[in-house]
Design a protein around this ligand. Structure first.
Ligand SMILES: Cc1cc2nc3c(=O)[nH]c(=O)nc-3n(C[C@H](O)[C@H](O)[C@H](O)COP(=O)(O)OP(=O)(O)OC[C@H]3O[C@@H](n4cnc5c(N)ncnc54)[C@H](O)[C@@H]3O)c2cc1C
Length: 472
């Protein structure tokens, strides 16, 4: 019997671990397992909205697996250290002779997997680690000297060359497995409707906003490719326009794979140079950050990629400023609208993520780790590698990060990316009484009940610049 362990790869198609397990199983049968690890998830700041979404997708997977004659077992292991024992007990119960998983690239997940491999090897059960979360696995894209890239553009060029050389094609879903007496005798576990989970967050998962299941994910992908991808370059920075794919929650839980996204993008190849398109570039950023986590393990411990830059900065550690930011009460409408969008939906537009992150780190001068942790606790697409990458980029302490003197002026950003004020009026409806750029004016907004700005932009910018220019 083969055992497939599902983590953030909740799909049956283009799932290398599932595919190989089914190939290797012959007529012996395949069993699937997922582990609920609420205490560990809390330690990793996983947002309740993301946990709810993950579980909803697991319920959908349960049905898809049943149609393939693959029973799903759902186990509970409080922390990662309980995982090997739980898996081994199941493996023994089903007379497992092979465990299959898709690799994860962050440190704690890697250590957990190494412990599983060691314990399974002790009882002579082989473990097969495949690559389903990325198109190119860490270690496959290296520079001429065989070292990891530290800068994105050369990484992306090498990545694209490798893609063309390999022409990766998504795997199909496996065929239904033959029924065996053992699989038939196993009790199939129901995925619980809810789980006790102590992190508090206003954002709750909504099926209407983020429908679960691979069918919904593929519909979203097809709609994006058919209707939006050609204007993605022009619209992707305008938060009032639904111009991006909103596929990040599906990629984060692995309901979709990056290979499937690129294959769908390739279907519009007569209209655009799809592999060089901006949307493909975003998928490659996602891979870049995963590679960095594997090659530079210190990042997993929340260390900056550029410690020399961080050494110059004196973070203020001011709870009043931080709380105002968290609740969208800074008095800068574009910042506050972004935070309200996050609290209401569990998602925020990328341009606005950059604006609020720059605001927190460079104007409020709060440690980027505080912002990153708050994001993880609220994002439905919370993803350690991409989130850390985004925050370190914003604070100018990351690989290929924004230069330290690039400090977003919220008013200038608003002028460029939300000139009609439609985005801010959606999330701060009291501002609909104003028009256009007036909606971004903190003083005009304050007459409608919005708070006055908690900092003066020019002053805060000057202090921040002085910090970054200090020698360590
Ligand atoms: C401070 C900050 C924190 C972030 N935290 C996360 C996070 O926790 N999880 C997350 O998935 N993304 C994160 N991002 C990246 C980006 O904001 C989101 O991936 C994007 O907004 C998701 O929307 P979309 O699916 O419509 O993206 P699209 O524009 O349609 O892009 C397609 C896919 O490419 C990937 N992608 C796009 N931009 C980036 C990027 N800059 N870095 C890495 N991958 C990218 C995502 O998987 C996305 O779904 C963060 C960015 C910043 C600046």
């Amino acid at each position: 019997m083969k055992l497939v362990w599902f983590r953030n790869d909740i799909r049956v198609a283009d799932n290398p671990a599932l595919f190989k397990a089914c190939q290797d199983a012959g007529d012996k049968g395949v069993v699937a397992v997922a582990l609920l690890c609420p205490t560990q998830w809390c330690q990793h700041d996983e947002a309740p909205v993301r946990v709810q979404f993950w579980m909803a997708n697991l319920r959908a997977l349960h049905h898809e697996l049943a149609a393939l004659n693959i029973p799903l077992k759902v186990l509970r292991a409080e922390t990662f250290s309980d995982v090997p024992g739980q898996l081994l007990a199941l493996a023994e119960q089903i007379q497992c002779d092979g465990l299959y998983l898709n690799r994860e690239y962050c440190l704690n997940e890697n250590l957990r997997d190494q412990q599983v491999v060691e314990q399974f090897h002790q009882v002579s059960i082989p473990v097969y680690g495949l690559h389903g979360d990325v198109v190119m696995a860490p270690g496959e894209i290296l520079n001429g000297q065989g070292n990891p890239f530290r800068v994105f553009t050369p990484f992306s060029k090498a990545w694209r060359r490798e893609y063309l050389a390999r022409g990766p094609v998504p795997l199909p879903a496996p065929s239904p497995q033959p029924s065996s007496s053992l699989t038939a005798s196993l009790t199939v576990d129901e995925v619980p409707a809810a789980i006790d989970y102590p992190i508090y967050s206003e954002s709750q998962w909504s099926e209407a906003l983020w429908p679960s299941g691979t069918q919904a994910a593929h519909q979203r992908l097809q709609h994006f490719v058919a209707e939006k991808v050609l204007s993605y370059g022009a619209n992707r920075d305008m938060p009032a326009i639904a111009g991006t794919s909103t596929l990040s929650p599906y990629l984060s839980c692995g309901v979709l794979s990056p290979r499937q996204c690129l294959a769908a993008l390739a279907s519009v190849s007569e209209h655009i140079d799809w592999l060089d398109s901006q949307w493909a570039t975003e998928i490659i950023w996602r891979e870049f950050y995963r590679h960095l986590m594997m090659h530079f393990p210190a990042m997993n411990r929340w260390e900056p990629f550029k410690p020399d830059v961080e050494a110059r900065i004196r973070w203020l550690d001011d709870d009043r400023l931080f709380d105002a930011w968290c609740h969208g009460e800074t008095g800068y409408p574009i910042v506050d609208a972004g935070m309200k969008q996050l609290l209401a939906t569990g998602w925020m537009h990328n341009r606005v993520r950059m604006i609020v992150a720059s605001f927190l780190t460079k104007l409020l001068r709060q440690d980027w780790r505080r912002g990153a942790q708050f994001f993880m606790q609220h994002l439905i697409d919370g993803d350690f590698a991409s989130n850390l990458g985004g925050w370190q980029w914003s604070a100018s302490v990351g690989a290929d990060a924004a230069p330290y003197f690039r400090i977003f002026n919220p008013m200038r950003q608003a002028e460029r990316f939300d000139p009609q004020g439609d985005y801010v009026a959606r999330w701060l409806p009291e501002l609909t009484a104003l028009e256009g750029m007036q909606r971004h004016d903190p003083v005009a907004a304050s007459t409608l009940g919005r708070p006055l700005p908690i900092i003066d932009y020019a002053q805060a910018r000057a202090m921040s610049l002085a910090d970054y220019q200090r020698s360590a």
